[in-house]
Design a protein around this ligand. Structure first.
Ligand code: HEM
Length: 221
């Protein structure tokens, strides 16, 4: 029930934005301001980043509260975040092209080379596309233990996505701080857990070695 509600809430902005696009098509200038494509790039971009961070938050909270069942909607939320991201990039291509698609490739290349925030957004998009494609049960089975390692790439992609936002001259400083703080807390929790696990592993290894040594000593005496 909770999972379904969360998924419905995550889809709500998409529904609202589709309604705004419909209104804009029927009556230009009525719903998305003076530059509809830019308004859509920004709205879809913010929702992509919020949902990406929300997905990571869900995992952290589930771990901290010892509620593994809370991570159930994680995959659906990640895919919804990716949908917003795909729409963000689609709206950007629309903005770039002005509907003249022949010019898109050259303009895209130019942006990739000359706008640092696009240069860091692109690898984030590539990584998140790879994670979305391999999020299925089939890929999880096929990749085995490597699946978890591959999906750790969500962290560098979230950092690149944050850099993409923070590097934009037009983006608000408050947004950069809020998203940055949110990501920093999540990263601290994740790194803290990795260090804890490493310490526990090392302690277990040490206990095993000393048990082996004392057994050897007993056998030789
Ligand atoms: C190839 C990949 C990407 C491209 C080409 C791209 C393109 C853009 C562009 C052109 C803008 C500026 C819109 C404006 O004029 O105000 C923008 C803003 C934004 N993008 Fe991306 N983006 C990419 C990847 C991403 C990713 C991976 C995320 C997050 C998951 C993201 C989140 C955002 C956000 C939150 C903003 C809004 C910044 C603001 O408040 O103005 N983008 N993006």
């Amino acid at each position: 029930m909770g999972a379904r509600l969360l998924i419905a809430l995550a889809l709500l902005p998409l529904g609202w934005l589709v309604v705004q696009i419909g209104r804009e098509l029927l009556l230009p200038g009525s719903a998305l301001g003076t530059d509809p494509a830019e308004a859509l790039v920004q709205a879809f971009g913010h929702w992509a980043l919020r949902l990406l961070l929300l997905t990571l938050t869900l995992s952290a909270v589930a771990r901290l509260m010892h509620r593994p069942q809370w991570i159930r909607p994680r995959r659906a939320l990640g895919l919804i975040a990716f949908t917003y991201l795909a729409l963000h990039v689609l709206a950007y291509l629309l903005l770039l092209s002005g509907l003249q698609w022949q010019a898109v490739a050259a303009a895209l290349w130019d942006d990739l080379l000359h706008r640092p925030y696009i240069s860091v957004g692109a690898p984030a998009l590539l990584i998140l596309s790879l994670l979305a494609v391999t999020s299925t049960n089939g890929w999880q089975r096929r990749l085995g233990r490597r699946w978890k390692q591959l999906h750790l790439l969500v962290w560098p992609s979230a950092m690149l996505a944050w850099l993409h936002l923070a590097w934009q001259a037009g983006a608000s400083h408050l947004d950069a701080w809020l998203y940055g703080g949110w990501l920093f807390i999540l990263l601290t929790e994740r790194l803290g857990r990795a260090v804890q696990r490493r310490c526990r592993q090392r302690a277990r290894e040490q206990a095993r070695i000393s048990a082996q040594n004392s057994a050897r000593n007993r056998a030789s005496s």
